[in-house]
Design a protein around this ligand. Structure first.
Ligand code: GLA
Length: 384
């Protein structure tokens, strides 16, 4: 990412220069809404992300500029020992990371920072995890005597979301942004945090995002889905004490308690149990180069998310249906849902024609153009 503008901006604001850090956003091939159910996910880091310049300032205040925000929302400062959250939402991520690091014994002192990013807002590529990670990696580097390991940094990002930003998310986004590796997807077991890199260069295919530009922001609706899953686990575990998440549950176990469950909770849990299976199927199919199966699983995820988990929208359903019709191998809503992108596994031979068609037909139907990004799988968060 071009950093010279950031350097100039930082020097203008603070009259000095600092160290540069970068944390990427992420894509996810499959395994959606499985992370907080202790299941499997298959994400990778992207080449887009957030770059921050940071320097200790010898004071007990934090001063930060979000370079890409409108001028009146660009600046925030807070005292290191301040209890109340800053009044800009973007700053809560940084505030939360500081608090969570202090909780873990890091002596965070005052610092000056400015950051800029190139992850399209609301696209479902997790700019929030990138923001948490760029700060946790930097502050760990600058202030921690005993360095916190990357597993704990991922938990710091997740705890920031839970405690300061109102989203009871899983760990996938923070993990992918920290552990990303060029040209690899990561199969992560969200129960044990065991992970394995899967080289991903599908011969003859392109992995492309189509952004519906319906802005999503996760909050109440996301949290409600998590609560549904937890309620179902409570019911199942009465019959099966070993089950403490949907990861351990089977469809048969779910059917046993069907009569006790709300219809919505039932459908949501069914989706999650089936999705955990789909991720494992995709892992095996990738090893065999069987992209037909990979693609079929992706469509399965899409319609599960749309009809059972109900986190899709007309625009995303339209894009997935169109993909199915035009012979795209797999297509589905990516990330938390409610807007953002579809991720598409497209045969090279039809890539350009399909993308053109999708942009035209989508624009005609919804009155605005979707954005298209070719995915480049990159490295995880780092000092530049
Ligand atoms: C968001 C959350 C993740 C995960 C996805 C859905 O991106 O931050 O933890 O739950 O939604 O898979």
């Amino acid at each position: 990412m071009e950093t010279s503008n950031l350097n100039i901006f930082f020097a203008e604001k603070f009259g000095c220069s600092g160290s540069l850090y970068f944390a990427p956003g992420r894509i996810n091939l499959i395994g959606e809404h499985t992370d907080y159910n202790n299941g499997f996910v298959m994400p990778g880091a992207v080449d887009k992300g957030i770059t921050a310049e940071i320097c200790a300032n010898g004071l007990d205040i934090v001063r930060v500029y979000a370079m890409d925000m409108p001028a009146e929302q660009q600046y925030i400062e807070f005292a290191i020992n301040q209890e109340s959250k800053p009044n800009q939402h973007w700053a809560c991520y940084i505030f939360g990371v500081c608090k969570e690091m202090i909780k873990r014994g890091v002596e965070i002192k005052g610092f000056d920072a400015a950051f800029t990013g190139n992850i399209p807002a609301g696209s479902g590529m997790s700019s929030s995890a990138a923001l948490e990670n760029v700060f946790s990696v930097a502050l760990n580097d600058i202030f921690a005597d005993n360095k916190i390991d990357r597993f704990e940094l991922a938990k710091i990002g997740q705890a920031t979301e839970h405690n300061y930003c109102g989203v009871k998310c899983g760990i996938m986004d923070q993990f992918a942004s920290l552990f990303g590796k060029k040209d690899c997807l990561i199969r992560l077991d969200c129960k044990t945090l065991e992970y394995e890199y899967f080289p991903f260069k599908p011969e003859g295919y392109r992995l492309t995002l189509i952004n519906s530009c319906v802005k999503h922001s996760l909050g109440t609706e996301y949290n409600e889905r998590r609560e549904s899953c937890e309620r179902v686990v409570e019911h199942i575990s009465r019959n099966h004490p070993g089950v403490d998440s949907l990861r351990e549950a089977t469809i048969d176990m779910l059917l046993e308690v069907k009569a006790e469950l709300d219809e919505t909770d039932f459908s949501r849990a069914k989706y999650v149990i089936e999705e955990t299976e789909r991720v494992l199927t995709v892992c095996n199919s990738l090893k065999e180069g069987d992209y037909d199966t990979v693609g079929r699983m992706m469509f399965g995820t899409h319609w599960g998310l749309s009809k059972e988990y109900t986190v899709s929208c007309d625009e995303l359903d339209f894009l997935a249906s169109l993909a199915e019709e035009y012979g795209v191998k797999g297509s589905r809503v990516m990330g938390g849902g409610f807007g953002g992108c579809t991720i598409n596994l497209i045969p090279e031979s039809i890539h350009d024609a399909f993308v053109e068609k999708a942009v035209t037909l989508f624009s005609e139907k919804f009155g605005h153009k979707p954005e298209v990004y070719e995915i480049v799988i990159g490295e995880g968060a780092r000092k530049l």
